[in-house]
Design a protein around this ligand. Structure first.
Ligand SMILES: [Zn+2]
Length: 278
């Protein structure tokens, strides 16, 4: 658990554990001889991937960004990806009960980002955080519903449809301030409607950048995941993110980095984006 103050807010990273992805898919067109210098693959070419959720305590609201894989995967999917299901126990160890969460934000609706939105209870799928208002993008939900051949496996409707049916999940149409100081902003590339969450308090800024830059190994503009639906737009979105986040010294939060959940970024003499002080 890592914690810091951002202005008047408090930020804490809570992990749902780690899981596995194919190293080739994780690094797209980047040759293995290059990415394997940064991240080691196992004998099945899998790499270990983090599941970092961020809790923002504003003083008025407890906002949870992303809810990991959860505990509802099918046996087959759990075998492929792993299902660590650690988020609730890690929240509890940090003194946070499900009832304490006021707001849940999903950057997009892939199963590894919204799994703990819901749990199965007495044969029904219900909200894990009973008092929370949940937020996701309407366009992302529509895409998931389409069950496109390319990425249907990524969208498990039990993670969000029960919350839309009971009125707990609100579907956004573009950028919006969710609670004072917490903003959802769309960055296209990974999906058409993926939103990052920008957090501002007392002149300080942090950004949960989600799958636009999943780990510190993906900082290079062209190190784009094979999963991304619009890789050229990922590059453009990263450019516009760095153009603001580097000079303004934003703290960047990485969803999938198992070792470094957050960092400040800098541009080196060659113009490459690096973790500051590395
Ligand atoms: Zn994703």
């Amino acid at each position: 658990m890592e914690r810091l103050a951002l202005g008047d807010f408090e930020l804490t990273v809570f992990s749902d554990g780690t899981y596995y992805l194919d190293g080739g898919a994780f690094f797209g067109v980047v040759p293995k001889v290059m990415w394997s210098r940064k991240v080691k693959a196992d004998e099945q070419n899998r790499v270990v991937v983090g599941l970092n959720s961020l809790l923002v305590r504003t003083g008025k609201h407890n906002v949870l960004i992303e809810t990991g894989i959860g505990n509802k995967l099918s046996e087959k999917m759990a075998k492929i990806y792993g299902q660590p299901a650690k988020l609730l126990e890690n929240l509890s160890a940090g003194g946070i009960a499900p009832d304490d969460i006021d707001v849940v934000i999903n950057t997009h609706l892939h199963f590894d980002h919204c799994g703990w939105n819901t749990v199965r209870k007495n044969g029904q799928v219900v909200a894990t955080f009973p008092k929370a208002q949940y937020y996701a993008q309407e366009g992302e939900w529509q895409h998931g519903r389409r069950q496109h051949e390319r990425d249907a496996i990524s969208y498990i409707s039990e993670n969000y449809d029960p919350l839309i049916d009971n009125g707990q999940m609100h579907l956004l149409h573009g950028d919006q301030e969710i609670v004072p100081g917490v903003f959802a902003n769309i960055f296209r590339g990974h999906t058409a409607n993926m939103q990052a969450v920008i957090i501002k308090s007392d002149g300080k800024t942090a950004c949960y950048i989600s799958d636009l830059i999943p780990t510190t190994a993906h900082l290079d503009l062209t190190w784009v995941m094979g999963f991304d639906l619009f890789p050229l737009e990922t590059i453009e979105s990263r450019k516009s993110y760095y153009a603001q986040a580097v000079p303004e010294q934003w703290l960047t939060v990485f969803t999938h980095d198992p070792n470094m959940p957050w960092a400040h970024l800098e541009r080196n003499e060659a113009g490459k984006i690096m973790v500051r002080g590395r």
